[in-house]
Write a protein that binds this ligand. Structure first.
Ligand code: ZN
Length: 219
């Protein structure tokens, strides 16, 4: 089965995607990873990503399809994280899968409020020397302001501030809300509250995936 996991910035979707992939032995397709690999070979894409912008929607769809054709040619048991974002991308990806005898079976959206996203992101800290990640709330370092691994100073990334989070959050809402409404009308959407502990959310997600799997086996 193929699953799409959507979520706003700081919704925890990366963590949940990793856990689901381990649990159900799914292939994790992260668009961040696809974009990084493309940027290694393509200066124009590198510039788009470095400027914090997104690769144009149709172009990104083409890259994802090419990437899959190379890396996961059977097109089965894929978890798409953060893609598709737009109705046009959703349709292009579904149509591609359908021509290959497969489909998108389930779309999950992991919700957190803008307030929660700001709280989570402005609590992020990173070691300026080794790059280890910390979070003042969820993953504090042993000694305040110092890295557990190498003892260097912890700093805040430039775009991990309130204004920047607001921009990213609103961008997500403005663009992805249409897709979420569209998928909801198709009856393929499940919404999950992301403002809870990681293991509680994971338990819900596992139940949702198992339910859809059972429905498919009974058909
Ligand atoms: Zn360090």
């Amino acid at each position: 089965m193929n699953i799409v996991l959507l979520g706003s910035p700081a919704s925890g979707k990366g963590t949940q995607a990793d856990l689901l992939c381990k649990k159900f032995n799914l292939y994790h397709l992260s668009t961040g990873e696809v974009a990084r690999k493309l940027a290694e070979k393509d200066q124009r894409i590198k510039e788009i990503i470095d400027s914090g912008k997104l690769i144009p929607a149709e172009e990104m769809t083409m890259h994802v399809i090419n990437f899959l054709s190379n890396e996961k040619p059977d097109l089965k048991n894929i978890l798409f994280e953060g893609f598709p974002r737009f109705i046009s991308q959703f349709e292009a990806l579904s149509n591609f899968l359908i021509t290959k005898g497969d489909n998108l079976d389930l779309v999950i959206s992991l919700d957190v409020s803008q307030e929660e996203a700001i709280k989570r992101i402005s609590s992020r800290r990173v070691c300026e020397a080794c790059g280890e990640n910390f979070n003042l709330i969820t993953k504090p370092s042993k000694f305040p302001g110092k890295c557990d691994k190498c003892g260097s100073n912890l700093i805040q990334r430039k775009d991990d501030n309130e204004d920047s989070v607001k921009v990213r959050f609103e961008y997500y809402e403005n663009n992805t809300k249409e897709l979420i409404d569209y998928v909801e009308k198709m009856g393929k959407l499940t919404k999950v509250n992301g403002e809870r502990p990681i293991d509680e959310i994971q338990k819900d997600l596992v139940e949702i995936v198992e339910r859809v799997k059972n429905e498919q086996n009974n058909n």
